[in-house]
Write a protein that binds this ligand. Sequence first.
Ligand SMILES: Cc1cc2nc3c(=O)[nH]c(=O)nc-3n(C[C@H](O)[C@H](O)[C@H](O)COP(=O)(O)OP(=O)(O)OC[C@H]3O[C@@H](n4cnc5c(N)ncnc54)[C@H](O)[C@@H]3O)c2cc1C
Length: 436
Amino acid sequence: MVRRYVVIGNGPAGATAAAIVRGLDDAAEIEIVGDEHVPFYSRPGLAYLLTGTIPEKLLFSRPDTEYARLRVRRTVGRVIGIEAGRHRVVLSTGQALDYDRLLIAVGARALRPDLPGIDLEGVVTLDNIEDARRIIRFARRARRACVIGGGITAIELAEGLAARGVETHYLMRGDRYWPSVLDPGESALVEGRLTEDGVRIHKGVELTAVIGARGRVASVETRAGTSLRCDVLAVAVGIEPRVELARAAGLRTGRGIWTDASFRTSDPDIYAAGDVAEVLDPASGTRACDSLWSIAIEQGRAAGQALVGAGEPYRRSTPVNVTRIGGITTTLIGAIGSGGREDDLVTLARGDSGAWRQQLDAFAVIADGGVDHLRLVIGEHRIVGAVVMGDQTLSRPLRHLIQERTDVTAVRDRLVSSPSEIGPLVTALARSVGGP
Ligand SMILES: Cc1cc2nc3c(=O)[nH]c(=O)nc-3n(C[C@H](O)[C@H](O)[C@H](O)COP(=O)(O)OP(=O)(O)OC[C@H]3O[C@@H](n4cnc5c(N)ncnc54)[C@H](O)[C@@H]3O)c2cc1C
């Protein structure tokens, strides 16, 4: 019998799963439906498009011809319903696609705070390439922009607008940047860089309304009763998994679509992966949501295997993001939560992981040298997390030690008491256990 697989979502989770299914089931009929009218592209790369560092064409990493080669039918369209009992999905055109197995990989969307005027033209979020193009168009005419929110996307929006010559004001509700993940010194590094790049930072400012003129943003009002004129308001207060298709189909959902460790939802023929999924981690017995490119690919790979009935239950890898925050190359690995109160994000952000905020029985060692900053979070026997800013020499060895849960008991005291020895110790230890 030829099996028919339908994948909803042409992001890294869906596209990877489709390719894996083809590799394991040569006769299968595979269809991937995505509602964006462009070929597959790098979402993290949108930040570089905004700052003008790369041209748009560099974002497209998988041409549509790749689907033809894999004999995957690619349909541009929006799925508006899943009829689980009839094993079919319905597109906004009325077209219906039958499936034997379905994968939902529709990602997450940016949230907007519930403020008067939040739907005015000129209020922007950054989910996809269309949003990035819109922001670039607005930036051509805008004189002044305000940015609210936190995490990586708020910084990307502020830097992108400033790089395009717009006077940019970053309004923080709290007193420092991304306090739930970064420690005070790390926040200060990022804020310093943003200021150097011309972004004006205001702390302890809460928006109460967006004021429009002729349907467009004209200014914002704050709780303190002040008003700031602006033509663009960029918002990055967090994301929410797109669970509505699954909920309407009667699938079990929490923050995301609930799946077991094989990505199967509460319907045995429907699977979910990527930003939309809340996947059971058998090791911890908990479900977690991430918004990380590498995890979406990893889950797409495992879900593709599970769809055809192959593969092992998922073993969640250590969440890692290698990114630029305020122009500083930064690697975030494992349990790094600094416990700070988060005022600027209402939920998880992009390029973020719930696991980073884990508070383990561990403490931090800091080795500093200006912008080259390293924070190791060390438990009793192993390194559980690390933040590497600037020089990235130790980023891969640390990732290896944390991922492999390497026992560091023998050198723990030296790691803790002698920060200048961390470099050679980490390098030697990683090599001794087969790392880079
Ligand atoms: C601006 C930005 C910066 C980021 N920075 C980083 C970073 O620094 N590091 C990092 O690791 N990650 C980063 N991320 C997060 C990363 O891109 C996501 O974790 C990843 O793309 C999730 O993959 P996915 O396949 O689950 O979903 P997505 O990539 O979101 O793909 C889902 C696709 O499904 C489509 N879709 C939705 N609903 C429907 C429907 N009803 N019918 C048809 N199609 C539908 C969507 O339009 C989209 O094309 C960033 C994301 C953004 C937007």
